[in-house]
Design a protein around this ligand. Structure first.
Ligand code: R5P
Length: 317
């Protein structure tokens, strides 16, 4: 099916996802030439007429965040100057989200600055998924459509047909309780929480479990993102020590930096289920128990609905 006046353009952060979205929508990807000058500065040129078009720029601001963010800003600027009718920044992963408040003196609120930069560059709307904190939506004075990967992750686990009496859904820390409760509701499992305490400015301790029981159960742990892997693997180890029979991990954003792959490989996890909000490349091959659920249909459907002025929240009703 073809949509009139709709253009999807992918930056270099995640061309594969942009291609999948375009395929879902039945459109060709907008053509753009992107390069780095010898000094590292980014250059680009949109290679087709986008005057009067509804443009969706697919660019998660994943590592290297500074590069991907700057490229997104330049893409927005180029589209604005090429007279696009409307520009939507499609950021399935919104980087710099963790710095969303002044939690000590003399630190930046980078998530707000990034929102300002995207707005100033000329975006008209933002389409994103599983923000680290939902209130980041309010950092934009633009419409933000916020999608959730949880129904897709839950669907995977429903397919495993784990009896609900056997299933315990474990929040890896107190901050994730709300998300965990939603999974409990959809999957009909019982709730447990890993008690994660800060022991010093740089160290946390994960030792106890609140709720349960865990022993002999199949445990499912959900987090919004896995970056170094430290938080989730710490929680998995506690659950393992408490006698879980099987352990599954679900996460929206598989950012995987530093020792993440090695940590996950060594951990007692049966399966790790993530989305393709950020590119996984050969990381997916090196973790044999990694399952990747594509969110291209979700993003494609949301883009279709935004373009046609239809409800996006309907997708989650
Ligand atoms: C924490 O608030 C987040 O929900 C994640 O648990 C955390 O950002 C993951 O980071 P890492 O994998 O580096 O522990």
């Amino acid at each position: 099916m073809m949509y009139e006046h709709l253009t999807v353009i992918g930056g270099r952060a995640h061309p594969e996802l942009a291609r999948e979205i375009a395929q879902y929508l039945g459109v060709d990807l907008g053509r753009v030439d992107l390069w780095n000058f010898p000094d590292g500065e980014i250059g680009l040129k949109i290679l087709e007429n986008i005057r009067g078009r509804d443009v969706f720029l697919v660019q998660p601001t994943c590592p290297s965040a500074n590069e991907t963010l700057m490229e997104l800003l330049l893409l927005i600027d180029a589209c604005k100057r090429a007279s696009a009718a409307r520009i939507t920044a499609v950021m399935p992963y919104f980087g710099y989200a963790r710095q969303d408040r002044k939690d000590s003196g003399r630190v930046p609120i980078t998530a707000k600055l990034v929102a300002n930069l995207i707005t100033t560059a000329g975006a008209d709307r933002v389409l994103t998924m599983d923000l680290h904190a939902a209130q980041i939506q309010g950092f934009f004075d633009l419409p933000v459509d916020h999608l959730y990967a949880s129904p897709f992750l839950d669907q995977y686990f429903i397919g495993l047909e784990i009896p609900s009496a056997d299933m315990v859904i474990v929040s890896p820390d107190e901050g994730s309780i709300k998300r965990t409760l939603q999974h409990c509701e959809h999957l009909h499992g019982s709730l447990a929480i890993v008690d994660k305490r800060r022991t010093s400015a740089t160290e946390t301790q994960q030792a106890n479990i609140i709720g349960g029981p865990i022993a002999g159960k199949t445990a499912l742990l959900f987090d919004d993102m896995i970056t170094t892997g430290g938080s989730i693997v710490g929680a998995v180890n506690v659950v393992h020590r408490h006698g879980a029979k099987k352990i599954y991990v679900g996460a929206s954003h598989a950012v995987f930096v530093g020792q993440a792959i090695a940590l996950l490989k060594a951990a007692p996890i049966d399966e790790i289920v993530v989305t393709n909000s950020v590119p996984l490349g050969d990381k997916a091959q090196s973790l044999p128990n990694l399952r990747v659920v594509s969110i291209a249909p979700l993003l494609g459907e949301a883009i279709k609905r935004i373009h046609r002025n239809e409800s996006v929240s309907y997708l989650f009703e």
